[in-house]
Write a protein that binds this ligand. Structure first.
Ligand code: HEC
Ligand code: HEC
Length: 246
């Protein structure tokens, strides 16, 4: 437990630094993308001039806005109109309320093939950084109720595992990283309201789908041994518990 805790804190610090770096970078990009007022033009000059160049700017941003909204609608065709997830031939994960840094990191992971998924590899590689920022924030701001549907009988065992872990198998409490309310933090995902069948598939296949490139290393290494040590019964139980959380 000590070892896992220490590793977690080191990584949490790394994630925090990473996050700050990304935010600063994103800010720079926003600045660069914003129409730069000509520094040579004095404010008085701006007022008196008829401003022939002022009109096109809002048109461009409206077009960009439309493009972003269209992309968001496209994501929702699979992830649900409110980002609540969707049960089709296989489960599409809930993105509503998800941590923006987690969404960004997973999209990067799909692009870099650190995370395997043929559908999302294709979807992710065309997204610009501005688009990724917009989509991450849009999904984070949605808050539909969980889809539900997990067997209620498994919930008590799942709750026990989530908050206390499985000490005999060296499995730490999930709450240590995912938070007491399972809302996640930074690159650690929210699990609250996530589809139980999606969670079962992810935890069963974790080794084969995540952290597939030696570089860049990612936070999936924190989760791998835990997923590996859980039994199918324990996976189903903890998935049932978190899938009902709002
Ligand atoms: C054709 C269907 C489809 C479309 C369209 C789609 N996704 Fe996905 N997405 C999936 C599936 C399926 C998964 C689950 C992959 C897996 O099982 O590992 C997924 C996973 C994800 C994940 C990882 C979620 C998690 O909990 O780890 C993110 C983030 C994501 N999608 C974002 C998006 C965004 C943003 C868009 C729009 C640009 C989008 N997706 C469009 C099908 C789709
Ligand atoms: C030491 C910190 C830590 C602990 C403890 C932990 N997790 Fe995680 N978990 C993570 C990180 C980090 C990720 C993101 C992995 C990635 O980027 O691929 C993750 C990802 C997941 C995912 C994938 C979510 C998705 O949307 O695809 C599931 C499911 C999950 N954890 C469940 C659990 C459960 C259940 C437990 C307790 C038995 C647990 N975790 C304990 C750090 C942790």
């Amino acid at each position: 437990m000590q070892g896992i805790g220490g590793k977690y804190f080191a990584l949490a610090a790394a994630v925090a630094i990473f996050g700050a770096g990304f935010a600063a970078h994103a800010q720079d990009q926003t600045k660069a993308a914003a129409p730069q007022p000509n520094s040579a033009a004095a404010p008085s000059q701006e007022k008196s001039a008829p401003q022939p160049t002022a009109a096109p700017a809002p048109v461009v941003s409206a077009a960009m806005h439309k493009k972003m909204e269209a992309k968001l609608s496209y994501c929702k065709t699979c992830h649900g109109v409110q980002g609540q997830g969707f049960r089709g031939a296989f489960p599409m994960p809930r993105l509503a309320g998800q941590q923006p840094d987690y969404i960004k990191n997973q999209l990067q992971a799909f692009i870099q093939k650190r995370r395997a998924n043929p559908v999302m590899n294709n979807v992710a590689h065309v997204l610009s950084p501005e688009m990724v920022d917009f989509l991450s924030k849009s999904f984070h701001d949605l808050n539909p109720p969980p889809l539900g549907g997990a067997p209620a009988a498994l919930v008590p065992e799942g709750k026990e595992i989530f908050h206390n872990g499985v000490p005999s198998k060296d499995i730490p409490p999930c709450a240590t990283c995912h938070g007491d309310d399972a809302k996640g933090n930074g690159e650690i995902p929210r699990l609250a309201g996530q589809l139980n069948d999606y969670i079962i598939r992810k935890l069963t296949n974790f080794d084969k789908e995540r952290g597939l490139k030696p570089s860049p290393t990612d936070v999936s290494s924190l989760m791998k041994p835990i997923a590996h040590n859980l039994t199918q019964q324990q996976i189903a139980a903890v998935a049932a518990y978190v899938s009902n959380l709002k």
